[in-house]
Design a protein around this ligand. Structure first.
Ligand code: AHR
Length: 503
């Protein structure tokens, strides 16, 4: 089958925000404890941070990191996590029926984020937490010394303010599973008042209000329009959450539904529509508020997640929950999701893969080893190479029928171009399970001199994945560089493949 992609560096979709390549670290399961922080591992440094995990996280080049939850945050008392470790309380974390030891807290997270070179994005507790506690936390983290909480920070070892810029106003407050769930009006008012106080404390912060926790929620998109309309003037970003699944939708009786890889691989049609709907809601809310400022989308939970759904930690520390094992088709969906972020680069400005270690994550650990899951590779490639502007590619591709999305192009593409360096990147996913695609890639304006890098992930088995025993079964392999001929490149994309080309 033949397909073609045509690029013009002047035909653009928007500036690519570096914050699209973000992560999310929640106090749940083995993400923080035994994942990032494990003083008992021989692989940890003197602070208890896993050296091998830190190196892999650096490969992922995360620009922003959401913390400390997730559902956890809606019952979290941030004061539990400060001061001498021996004096920090052990508590029942109700969201995941786990024991929280508080051995890792605000200071440890900031040390971790500083070492990673990533921007922190802090979620405040709007479940059991008050707007005053949220403002106190801003004081603790961001204000120069001289008042109660800023002085307490100094007493706990950090004189200089941390200056955290991005603040999430709660988490998934529409969900019945959420500690302190609210209706849209109650949440909108609480988020507005919290943001107001937090901003009075530090006018430099940016706030992110909660959107619906899934498109499958009965309140979607009314919740979103209500919150946006009411709180518009106090928010800068609006959050989106979605987890993709095969079969879809994720319901408790998934075993009754048949797997459908063709539909799963076409999930980006859903991702595109989700972003379009919320972008429209933002426009409506902007008009209703007679506002001149823009609000952007913050897709701060996204990933494939449908196998390890049970979230009951059995009241233990660092329970093995949500330890999803990823395969090739998951990596391809992740690549098409990143294509969506580039396609919607004008309005999606922050995105955080949920999560980063062990819990629905690209990295899996045990005390003496780690491995990279399949989804690690697309995350690393986009994060390293997608920058500048997102190009609007003209894609001609054969289509195939899918049960969920109708006729869908076999080839899914995004492309970036960095004017400052002249470097470009094209990301191509062949969704077909059986057919290779012979693709011609051309540039309508000045073609690059040569390709400078190429990687490909592919394989005959959509269910193949990596493990401790076979850590490199499915990875992105360097390709022999295709040659440019008359400003065009021809290459064959195997079935079930993801290819990155640099120029
Ligand atoms: O990422 C796992 C959980 O999924 C988060 O805690 C919650 O926000 C979402 O439901």
């Amino acid at each position: 089958l033949r397909a073609s992609v045509s690029l013009h560096t002047g035909r653009t979709l928007g500036e690519i925000s570096p914050l699209l390549f973000g992560g999310f670290a929640e106090h749940m399961g083995r993400c923080i404890y035994e994942g990032i922080y494990d003083p008992e591992s021989p692989l940890s440094d003197e602070r208890g941070l896993r050296r091998d995990v830190m190196a892999a996280l650096k490969d992922l080049n995360f620009r922003i990191m959401r913390y400390p939850g997730g559902n956890f945050v809606s019952g979290y008392r941030w004061t539990d996590g400060i001061g001498p470790r021996a004096e920090r309380p052990r508590r029942r974390a109700l969201a995941w029926r786990s024991i929280e030891t508080n051995q890792f807290g605000p200071h440890e997270f900031m040390e971790f984020a500083e070492e990673l070179g990533t921007e922190p994005m802090w979620a405040v507790n709007l479940g059991t937490g008050t707007i005053q506690e949220a403002a106190d936390l801003v004081e603790y983290m961001n204000l120069p010394t001289g008042t109660l909480y800023s002085d307490l920070r100094a007493k706990n070892g950090r004189t200089e303010p941390y200056g955290i810029k991005y603040w999430c106003l709660g988490n998934e407050m529409d969900g019945p599973w959420q500690i302190g769930q609210m209706d849209a009006h109650a949440y909108a008012e609480k988020a507005l008042q919290a943001a107001k106080l937090m901003r009075w404390m530090d006018p430099n912060i940016q706030t992110i209000a909660c959107g619906s926790s899934a498109t499958a929620m009965p309140g979607y998109p009314d919740w979103d329009l209500t919150v946006l309309s009411h709180a518009y003037n106090q928010i800068d970003y609006f959050s989106m959450h979605h987890y993709a699944a095969n079969p879809y939708p994720t319901v408790s009786n998934t075993e009754d539904l048949a797997r459908d890889t063709d539909s799963f691989l076409a999930s980006s049609l859903h991702f595109d529509e989700h972003a379009d709907t919320l972008a429209a809601a933002i426009r409506v809310a902007k008009a209703k508020n007679r506002s001149k400022k823009d609000v952007y989308l913050c897709w701060d939970e996204w990933n494939v997640w449908y196998r390890a759904k049970a979230g009951d930690g059995g009241w233990s520390e660092a329970p093995h929950i949500l330890e999803e094992e990823y395969n090739l088709e998951d990596a391809l969906v992740v690549a098409t999701w990143l294509n969506t972020f580039l396609r919607k680069a004008d309005v999606v400005k922050i995105a955080c893969i949920a999560q980063i270690v062990n819990v629905i994550a690209p990295i899996m650990t045990r005390r003496d080893a780690m491995f990279r899951q399949t989804i690690f590779y697309p995350l690393a490639l986009y994060s390293r190479h997608a920058r500048g502007v997102s190009l609007d590619p003209l894609v001609r591709s054969p289509r195939h029928a899918t049960a969920r999305y109708g006729d869908v192009k076999l080839l899914d593409v995004s492309a970036s171009f960095d004017e400052a360096t002249g470097e470009g990147a094209t990301f191509l996913v062949n969704r077909s399970q059986t057919q290779a695609l012979h693709v011609t890639l051309g540039w309508e304006d000045e073609a690059p001199q040569a390709l400078t890098g190429a990687w490909q992930m592919s394989g005959g088995d959509p269910l193949a994945g990596n493990s401790f025993g076979d850590p490199d079964a499915v990875t992105a392999q360097p390709l022999t560089l295709p040659t440019l001929d008359g400003g065009r490149v021809s290459l064959t994309l195997p079935p079930l493949s993801f290819t990155t080309l640099l120029s």
